[in-house]
Design a protein around this ligand. Structure first.
Ligand code: FIX
Ligand code: ZN
Length: 407
């Protein structure tokens, strides 16, 4: 049984529903290669625990110098045993590179030689993924410029319309919408809401996103008097309904608890999921793809999903994406939801991260599914390879395809 489960997981191509990756047409926004792998904010967080260097001094360094400092501190002076450092080792091994050298010369020479198109193809193949969903911010000046210039779409990189700036930074962002020709104002007037819907519709036209998305703090409440709740209820949810697309809510991040370490400085907080319950009940026509960052919120999310079929739990987000916690969360979800959830997303920021993040997920899910099928067989229901193939396809493709219309 175990062998069959592993084989089916290894041979089924997954859809990676949330990443921060970009295809070649997006130029420098698309991160890849050893220096980007080493300066990943997960590793920066670990670096500041194993180095005397101050964050200020670190951020003064060039990217290659930062990468060298991290390699020395976490891979030479210490054993790379954390999930994130093991990941870099797995990527080096996947490309046949040594994993214990004192410097980065050989790895850099290898990545310098790569033809990006072939490298993207090989990396997706090694990761067992045939499509990834990007995180696209229409108000990010660099990304906006690329979309406006009519970037060549890459069918392997699908888009998602990210709304954090509009929902969380309206006081500093409404002028940008105005500059783009939308008659909005600081007061979030009814007129502004009509214009926000027009903005969303035009970016839907331009990006063909599979879903709209926003990350929400642990303090998120709904309904309440905030600008976020107003734009969500008056503009975003009706637009998603009209455009027949889900909205992804990523709940429980505490942005910049330590701003000195920049992207590595975000934290987690337990959220009150009453807000989510209210959303699912109040907007039965909307579909909510939801991931929660706090370990303590996982059980509640499963129970809520049993109450609302317009709620699809997905992924073991960020700090939860470690094998022991992914196993815990996935077992609980299978026991409570069967195959009606999306087990994982990579959140990859650097192309090659797809390799180890999906390999870890496959190893963990093989354990969880193997145990589950053994229990089912013991309970008296024989398990066939076709059953396993159907279930794995549903978990890592079908649920998302059904919710987004992705072929
Ligand atoms: O909000 C998000 O999409 C988060 O995933 C990111 O902000 C975060 O920095 C990250 O990369 C987590 O893995
Ligand atoms: Zn993300």
């Amino acid at each position: 049984m175990q062998m069959v489960v592993e084989k089916v997981l290894d041979t089924t191509k997954f859809i990676d529903i949330h990443t921060h990756l970009f295809p070649r047409a997006f130029g420098k926004l698309g991160l890849w290669g050893i220096d980007e792998l080493l300066t990943y904010h997960y590793l920066e967080a670990e670096f500041f625990r194993s180095s005397e260097m101050s964050p200020e001094a670190y951020f003064q360094l060039s990217k290659p110098k930062q990468a060298e400092a991290i390699w020395k501190a976490l891979f030479v002076e210490n054993s790379p045993i954390s999930e994130a450092t093991r990941g870099v080792v797995a990527v080096l091994r996947a490309f046949g590179l040594p994993t214990d050298t004192p410097d980065l010369r050989e790895a850099r020479a290898f990545f310098r030689k790569q033809n990006l198109e072939n490298h993207v193809k090989q990396t997706l193949n090694l990761a067992g993924v045939d499509s990834v969903v990007m995180t696209n911010d229409p108000l990010d000046p660099e990304e906006q410029r690329i979309w406006m210039s009519g970037a060549e779409p890459d069918p392997r990189f699908r888009s998602a319309l990210r709304l954090d700036r509009i929902l969380h930074d309206w006081p500093t962002q409404w002028q940008q919408l105005q500059a783009l020709g939308y008659a909005v104002d600081a007061q979030v007037s009814d007129k502004s809401m009509v214009e926000v819907r027009r903005f969303l519709a035009s970016w839907h036209q331009r990006m063909a996103p599979l879903y709209m998305a926003v990350s929400l703090p642990d303090t998120f409440q709904f309904p309440d008097e905030t600008i976020c709740s107003r734009i969500l209820s008056v503009a975003v949810l009706p637009a998603c309904c009209e455009l027949r697309m889900p909205v992804a809510l990523m709940i429980g991040v505490r942005r910049q608890v330590n701003p000195r370490i920049r992207l590595a400085g975000d934290g987690v907080g337990r959220a009150d999921l009453q807000a989510l319950e209210n959303l699912c009940r109040t907007y039965p026509e909307n579909r909510f793809l939801v991931t929660v960052l706090s370990r303590e919120n996982q059980y509640e999310l499963c129970v809520l999903a049993r109450k609302f079929n317009n709620l699809m739990p997905f992924g073991c987000w960020w700090f939860l994406n470690t094998p022991s916690i992914v196993e815990e969360i996935s077992r609980e979800r299978i026991e409570m939801l069967g195959t009606s959830f999306i087990p994982q997303h990579s959140d990859a920021r650097v192309l090659e991260q797809l390799i180890y993040k999906w390999r870890n997920t496959r190893v963990t899910m093989a354990k969880v599914l193997g145990d589950t099928y053994r229990l089912l067989a013991r309970d008296g229901r024989p398990v066939h390879r076709e059953d396993i193939e159907r279930d794995v396809k549903r978990l890592f493709r079908g649920n998302f395809q059904k919710w987004t219309g992705l072929a």
